[in-house]
Design a protein around this ligand. Structure first.
Ligand code: DI6
Ligand code: FE
Length: 410
């Protein structure tokens, strides 16, 4: 008996491959078939190709629907305890984010709530948020720690992050963000806390394989570039990737620091200057844009998108889902805001949550585009125009999710 070359074919699809080798916008291939074998994309062929017509196995007729790669949310703080709605009310009444942080609200109030919760409780709290992201197409997510700030509490967050992603059946990229805020027990002794991060937290997390990257909040209200430099040096010693929240509220030259360490991404970037752009362009560091935090903080200064584009810096878009500055469990909302507030073309927003987000997480070889050999993570959308996915919110046109070659419509 002849063995079929594929397990499953999706035919009559409008494939937005996001593959730069396909010259049409979004790498669009009209009336194509996507063939899956095992967990991977085995082939991309015109629907009328002989191999497609000869196939006798399982076939899904997409009837002209669009198919995109699975979305990758490459910057989230999905796991947290408590609520910051009261902070938000204070901000609406005129108190700045930085002032709230200085009086022990902000990140530190989430730290108190997160420390008080068990791993199971954190997992349950994160689950509904992740389900919302998954329902609109997220198939891979980066999740940071950063609300524990002790070795045990950071570990607890990272374990909850792994478990929640596995319960939702998606891939996780866990990141240690111990340098998110100086914890109260180290008040006035930030350098000592950095020593703890470098000498204890990074080695422990690396040896237990709990994180694949180390992130920092390099900012006037958080850690200095010199402190972040120490943290990155320690991270690299343990072969962890480095990235950072930089130039979000002020310009601290954190992006240059990340570039110097060969970091995978520089995130936020509202106050990025020309030297920072040149540095990340040269280093091949991805710029991760987080427009929903910009929106929610009512910031005025936008990241230099035109200059980043001109310099050829890959731009990813992420939700920054967190309780304080971006409590939005929607990557499509972030894409919409990247277009409306930052001036990205919808095509750039799609690339930002697929191809470029894969780059930011060091997963370009496996994820981010529809190409033979990449993983079978893709989404089927019932829209007449691809940009509809980004343009209209509140309605979910996602009709089928395929993860590792398996459809959830089966
Ligand atoms: N920048 C942010 O936007 C988030 N973390 C960071 O370093 C805010 C996190 C929070 O306010 O809880
Ligand atoms: Fe963030």
């Amino acid at each position: 008996m002849d063995r079929e070359p594929f397990d499953h074919l999706w035919i009559h699809a409008r494939l937005a491959t996001l593959d730069t080798k396909v010259s049409a916008p979004c790498g669009l291939l009209e009336d194509h078939a996507l063939a899956v074998r095992g967990e991977s994309i085995a082939a991309i062929l015109p629907t009328n190709a002989p191999e497609v017509r000869a196939f006798r196995g399982a076939v899904t007729d997409c009837g002209g629907k669009f198919v995109t790669p699975g979305f990758i949310d490459c910057h989230t703080h999905l796991v947290w305890g408590g609520s910051r709605a009261a902070d938000w009310e204070s901000r609406l009444a005129g108190e700045p984010y930085t002032e709230i942080a200085k009086r022990g609200g902000g990140i530190l109030s989430t730290v108190r709530a997160t420390r008080a919760m068990t791993e199971d409780e954190l997992l349950r709290a994160a689950f509904s948020r992740l389900r919302a992201l998954v329902a609109e197409g997220v198939t891979c997510i980066e999740i940071k720690s950063g609300y524990g700030l002790t070795l045990d509490d950071e570990r607890k967050m990272l374990r909850a992050a792994r478990r929640v992603a596995s319960e939702c059946g998606i891939e996780v990229s866990p990141t240690l963000l111990a340098a998110h805020a100086v914890p109260p027990e180290f008040a006035g002794r930030a350098d000592d806390y950095v020593t703890l991060i470098c000498d204890e937290m990074i080695p422990a997390v690396a040896s237990e394989n709990l994180a694949e990257a180390v992130d920092v909040f390099c900012e006037s209200i958080a850690f200095t570039p010199a402190q972040c430099d120490r943290i990155f040096t320690a991270a690299k010693k343990y072969r962890l990737a480095v990235k950072g929240h930089v130039e979000q509220l002020t310009n601290s030259h954190g992006a240059e620091l990340i570039a110097r360490h060969g970091g995978c991404s520089a995130d936020h970037l509202e106050f990025l200057d020309d030297a920072g752009i040149a540095a990340i362009a040269k280093a091949g560091t991805v710029a991760v844009l987080l427009p929903s935090a910009f929106y929610f903080l009512r910031e005025k200064q936008k990241p230099p998108v035109e200059k980043l584009r001109a310099a050829g810096v890959p731009m990813a878009v992420a939700s920054d889902l967190n309780p304080g500055t971006s409590p939005f469990a929607s990557l499509r909302l972030a894409m919409n805001m990247a277009c409306v507030l930052y001036g990205l073309a919808p095509e750039e927003a799609f690339a930002g949550v697929t191809r470029e987000a894969a780059k930011a997480l060091g997963r370009s070889n496996r994820l981010g585009t529809l190409e033979a050999g990449k993983r079978g993570d893709f989404l089927v959308w019932d829209v007449a125009h691809l940009a509809e996915i980004v343009c209209q919110l509140g309605v979910n046109p996602l009709t089928e999710r395929v993860v590792r070659g398996k459809s959830d419509n089966a």
